[in-house]
Design a protein around this ligand. Structure first.
Ligand code: KIV
Length: 283
């Protein structure tokens, strides 16, 4: 993978060479800076921000303006990673014009390189319209959190032959519509394998096994910063939440005991200047 900015042809080249790529979510400047320094290939400004940063119960409430705000913070930090802005619920579902306009905002205002949107065959014309407007689209199928209630909740998708066939058809239709990549969420590994081997565009999986061309996780899950629930497919690489809590407790205790701030954290002044003030006071 190059040291310069990652591009769509780089992702295709990696698929061709069977070299896996990595993708993580980021929503703010300091996290994006660290992720980029770690040479993660793709950063997604996910609508998962609604849950893991804003505290909502699901991803539906986050608005276009909020997504643009977070995308701007991320792209200010990133030099190398390919940045994708996640289109929020109802930002691409009412008309093609609105979908193109909102997708365009991610590139024009947010500085992103591409957008992602959820849905199968039913959004293929929307994908086509956005791509024709010159905006690269990553499609997201399988478990689509914005329509999870229609899918019967946060469940593995494509478990029987009919449902699996539908996922394969969705993927093909989205590739034909011009999507540069297809994200597969919560689908059985053998189905993700068929999709990955069938498509010429790279796939990226989350809860979709090891056969996808790339892997994505929500950064807050990977870091142990989101405790409301941890899906089976998440691997925690660190317990940053615990480390933060320990630091906050240590700060509180040191403040209480007068240990912090110590002399090295304080600003002093020359004795003679202090003396002048004391004398002034006495007069
Ligand atoms: O919003 C998000 O974080 C996602 C995940 C599937 C990566 O779409």
């Amino acid at each position: 993978m190059p040291n310069r900015k990652v591009t769509i042809p780089d992702l295709f080249e990696m698929k061709k060479n069977k070299e896996k790529f990595s993708m993580l979510t980021a929503y703010d400047y300091p996290t994006a800076l660290i992720i980029d320094k770690a040479k993660i290939d793709v950063i997604l400004v996910g609508d998962s921000v609604a849950m893991v940063v804003m505290g909502h119960k699901n991803t539906l409430p986050v608005t276009m303006d909020e997504m643009i705000h977070h995308t701007k913070a991320v792209t200010r930090a990133v030099e190398r990673a390919f940045v994708i802005g996640d289109m929020p619920f109802m930002s691409y579902n009412t008309s093609y014009e609105k979908a193109i306009e909102n997708a365009g905002r991610f590139l024009k205002e947010g500085g992103a390189d591409a957008v992602k949107l959820e849905g199968g065959v039913q959004v293929k014309d929307t994908v086509e319209a956005i791509v024709k407007a010159g905006i690269p689209v990553m499609a997201h199928i399988g478990l689509t959190p914005q329509t999870a209630s229609q899918l019967g909740g946060f469940k593995v998708q494509g478990k029987d032959a009919i449902a699996a066939q539908k996922i394969i058809e969705d993927a093909k239709a989205l590739e034909d519509a011009g999507a540069f990549s297809v994200l597969l969420e919560c689908v059985p590994a053998p189905i993700a394998r068929i999709v990955t081997e069938t498509l010429s565009v790279p796939t990226v999986g989350i809860g979709a096994g090891s056969f996808c061309d790339g892997q994505v996780l929500v950064t807050h899950d990977l870091l142990g910063l989101f405790d409301r629930f941890t899906p089976k497919f998440v691997k925690r690489y660190a317990e940053i939440g615990k480390i933060m809590q320990e630091a906050f407790v240590a700060f509180r205790e040191e403040v209480k005991k007068g240990i912090f701030p110590a002399e090295e954290h304080s600003f002093m002044m020359k004795e003679e200047e202090l003396f002048k003030i004391k004398n002034f006071d006495k007069d």
